[in-house]
Design a protein around this ligand. Structure first.
Ligand SMILES: Cc1cc2nc3c(=O)[nH]c(=O)nc-3n(C[C@H](O)[C@H](O)[C@H](O)COP(=O)(O)O)c2cc1C
Length: 332
């Protein structure tokens, strides 16, 4: 593969979602091998002191690189955490030869550019059970479990912990300061979350049980915070499928693998016409994360809570990425 082809692969990898769009990754190509590192200088010290969500974000980037290589007709071999003495080296992706991609490989490859986080209310249309089953099988191939939050009890417990976590976050000045550092009003900013990508209204006033993260708390003009218009017709209620992804272990390897599974789940969901948004507030805090484990009687560790549904319009991705030369180097 030449440098141009590797650049295209890394461009695809960087379209991965990342916590607060921090893009906490670095890539290096040496011959027929791509090394993916996490960049600790882009860590979120308050929200993510263990680096769990940072490593998970990089896991998605690893999988997007694999999907892009496969769609371009290359075989891949992934080696996870290949150097015990260098834990920031998360994975290498080697290209041992050519591969004949099938139609599905091509469809997944195309989904990379179309996928984005969709926080707007979804259409009031249920996600078919077979589709959720398929995503479950996809995650299962990585030994990552994907569990729909179903039944009133589970939903009430999860929604309660989401609200509780959001409440903790809104009362935590360091959390709010960190969030503000990653919000962007300049639409050409190459990282962080553009204000246009998040709801301007208070998420708590939505006709939905599922509370998306409030990114602009504190800067919302008074009067926009509370209350739906009492004279407006009752809004349609979205019916998202909410799924929890998790792993048996809870170390770097588990976080990275959860990220890889998430990457493939998101691409398959996109290809099937779905959109998604992570709802990770309840997993940010050790206490609410542990409560979620016990309230849902989980054997393992929750890694990602995902809201899935049919988007209400044709939206284009609205978050930018750092230019590839800022994150990719070539050996030699
Ligand atoms: C580990 C992880 C956690 C995230 N948590 C949230 C969240 O709690 N709420 C939310 O709205 N978006 C969340 N996101 C989505 C990111 O904000 C989003 O991926 C990033 O801004 C880039 O935008 P894009 O996904 O549209 O490309 C999360 C993403 C990752 C990878």
């Amino acid at each position: 593969m030449d440098q141009q082809e590797w650049t295209r692969v890394v461009e695809a990898a960087t379209r991965a979602p990342s916590i607060h769009n921090t893009q906490p990754w670095l890539f290096r190509v040496d011959g027929d091998r791509l090394a993916v590192r996490t960049d600790p200088s882009r860590a979120l010290a308050t929200l993510d002191p263990s680096g769990r969500q940072r490593v998970l974000s990089c896991g998605v980037a690893v999988e997007f690189a694999v999907v892009a290589l496969t769609a371009a007709g290359y075989a891949t071999e992934v080696d996870v955490l290949p150097d015990a003495g260098d834990p920031d080296l998360l994975a290498t992706v080697a290209v041992p030869g050519r591969y004949e991609p099938d139609e599905e490989d091509g469809v997944l490859g195309q989904a990379i550019a179309a996928r984005h986080t969709e926080r707007a209310p979804f259409l009031p249309r249920a996600v078919p059970g077979e589709l959720v089953d398929r995503l479950q099988a996809t995650a299962g191939a990585f030994r990552v479990w994907l569990r729909p939050i179903s039944g009133a009890d589970e939903e009430v417990a999860t929604v309660f912990l989401l609200s509780r976590a959001e409440e903790i976050e809104q009362g935590e000045p360091e959390y709010l300061a960190e969030l503000e550092r990653w919000m962007r009003t300049d639409p050409t900013a190459v990282d962080g979350i553009p204000v246009g990508a998040v709801p301007g209204e208070d998420p708590a006033t939505r006709p939905s049980n599922w509370l998306v993260r409030d990114f602009v708390v504190g800067s919302r003009p008074a009067g926009r915070r509370h209350g739906l218009d009492p004279d407006a017709p009752p809004p349609e209620v979205e019916r998202p499928a909410v799924v929890l992804l998790g792993t048996d272990g809870d170390d770097r390897q588990a976080w990275l693998t959860a990220g890889r599974a998430l990457g493939r789940v998101l691409l398959e969901a996109t290809a099937a016409g779905l959109a998604a948004s992570p709802l990770t507030q309840a997993l940010d805090w050790p206490a609410t994360r542990a409560q979620l484990r016990s309230r849902l009687s989980l054997g393992g560790h929750p890694q990602m809570l995902l809201r899935l549904g049919y988007p209400a319009g044709d939206r284009a991705p609205s978050t930018n990425r750092r230019p590839v030369p800022d994150v990719l180097t070539f050996a030699g």
